[in-house]
Design a protein around this ligand. Structure first.
Ligand code: NAD
Ligand code: IPM
Ligand code: MN
Length: 349
């Protein structure tokens, strides 16, 4: 197998090094091997020679690689975030990675900030639409900088795009033995685009009669994720709402440092990354939590058919948490490298 590694910016570089260390431990323990190629794309390269996502990158990944592992992109020296949009959103759109899979699974009771909740209460998956919505850069600014300026950012909802992510949610529920799919939308206010979501959800749901359905407004979802997270198995939602509620979902699991994700198109090369960003204030300090990236690497190995290795990685993370081998953000005192080494050692064992 061949994987492309894009460490990116800030803490992305540090946490991806630990994810790679854990993948290497899994290779040894499970007897498979992965060829890894690193790409130096990110703010340094962009500021040096203007390269963000080079021409031909998409075709190269599609033809020569089995998966991509990315740290994070974003740097205060690039205030408009141009390189990050080109690299991350560019890969999501151009590879048509329409499923943003973001598990919300509490791995140890001690990590959740929710009073009285345990691992039994917090175990669901958010499927975020990943190729349209408010992320298409359609719109514009008119009379910029004047008192009359107008800024329009269009939300794009296509029948194809909406239906395929909802279908993926029901398919995931069926494949993983989950009981219910919840649609989180804002159809009471966004009466065109989200009416399409409601109709598609009803139609696709009827094709999957064994799965329970619930259509909910996103504001209520935000509340229930805190008050009653146990009601969720699979949540399907649009691009922006999915972005927002998965930071909340990460918080339920112990914080942004512990959430992993996959950007997936079943027929294409897919991209795996932590949910968090480049956290510039922690960059270079060896303090970031590597768990989100390690779990993203686990999702990648599962996607590549190495389910036993992926399970072992999750078990190793659970053991490391229970043994207190943690970074500061989750109550420990280890550095990024020490926490990564602790997980890798448990994978090898
Ligand atoms: P962020 O996720 O980088 O950080 C927010 C906060 O979460 C941090 O201040 C920190 O307290 C905590 N945190 C995040 N990751 C952590 C980790 N591994 N260990 C410990 N604590 C962690 O979000 P932000 O500060 O809003 O954004 C910073 C930059 O990252 C911006 O340029 C943003 O656009 C970019 N970003 C990129 C991605 C991505 O590449 N996928 C995702 C989100 C944000
Ligand atoms: C994420 C990030 C990105 C998003 C940003 C960096 C554009 O927040 O992956 O969650 O909004 O999708
Ligand atoms: Mn986000």
């Amino acid at each position: 197998m061949r994987i492309a590694i894009i460490p990116g910016d800030g803490i992305g570089k540090e946490v991806i090094a630990e994810a790679v260390r854990v993948v290497e431990a899994a290779e040894t323990a499970f007897g498979f091997s992965i060829e890894k190629t690193a790409f130096d794309w990110g703010a340094d390269r962009y500021l040096c020679d203007g390269t963000s996502l080079p021409d031909g990158a998409v075709e190269m990944f599609q033809n020569e690689y089995d998966a991509i592992l990315l740290g994070a992109v974003g740097d205060p020296r690039v205030p408009d975030n141009r390189h990050a949009a080109d690299i991350l959103l560019g890969l999501r759109f151009k590879l048509d990675l329409y499923v943003n899979l973001r598990p919300v699974k509490l791995l140890a009771d001690s990590l959740t900030p929710l009073k009285g909740r345990t691992c039994a209460d917090i175990d669901f998956v958010v499927l975020r639409e990943n190729t349209e919505g408010l992320y298409t850069f359609m719109g514009g600014i008119f009379k910029k900088g004047t008192p009359d300026e107008i800024a329009i950012q269009e939300e794009v909802n296509t029948r194809k795009g909406v239906e395929r992510i909802i279908e993926a949610a029901f398919d995931l529920a069926e494949r993983t033995g989950r009981r219910k799919v919840t649609l989180a939308d804002k159809s009471n206010a966004m009466t065109y685009g989200h009416d399409l979501w409601r109709r598609a959800f009803k139609e696709v749901g009827e094709r999957h009669p064994t799965i329970e359905t619930n259509a909910q407004y996103i504001d209520a979802t935000a509340m229930f994720m805190v008050l009653d997270p146990g009601q969720y198995d699979v949540i399907v939602t649009n691009n922006l709402f999915g972005d927002i509620i998965t930071d909340l979902g990460a918080a339920l699991q112990g914080g942004l440092g512990v959430a992993g994700s996959g950007n997936i198109n079943p027929g294409r090369v897919s991209l795996f990354e932590p949910v968090h960003g480049s956290a510039p204030q922690f960059a270079g300090k060896n303090v970031a939590n590597p768990i989100g990236s390690v779990l993203a690497a686990g999702l990648m190995l599962e996607h590549l058919g190495q389910k036993s290795a992926a399970d072992a990685i999750e078990r190793a993370v659970v053991e490391a948490i229970n043994d207190g081998k943690l970074t500061k953000d989750v109550g420990g005192s280890l550095s990024t490298t020490e926490a990564g080494a602790a997980i890798a050692a448990r994978v090898r064992a």
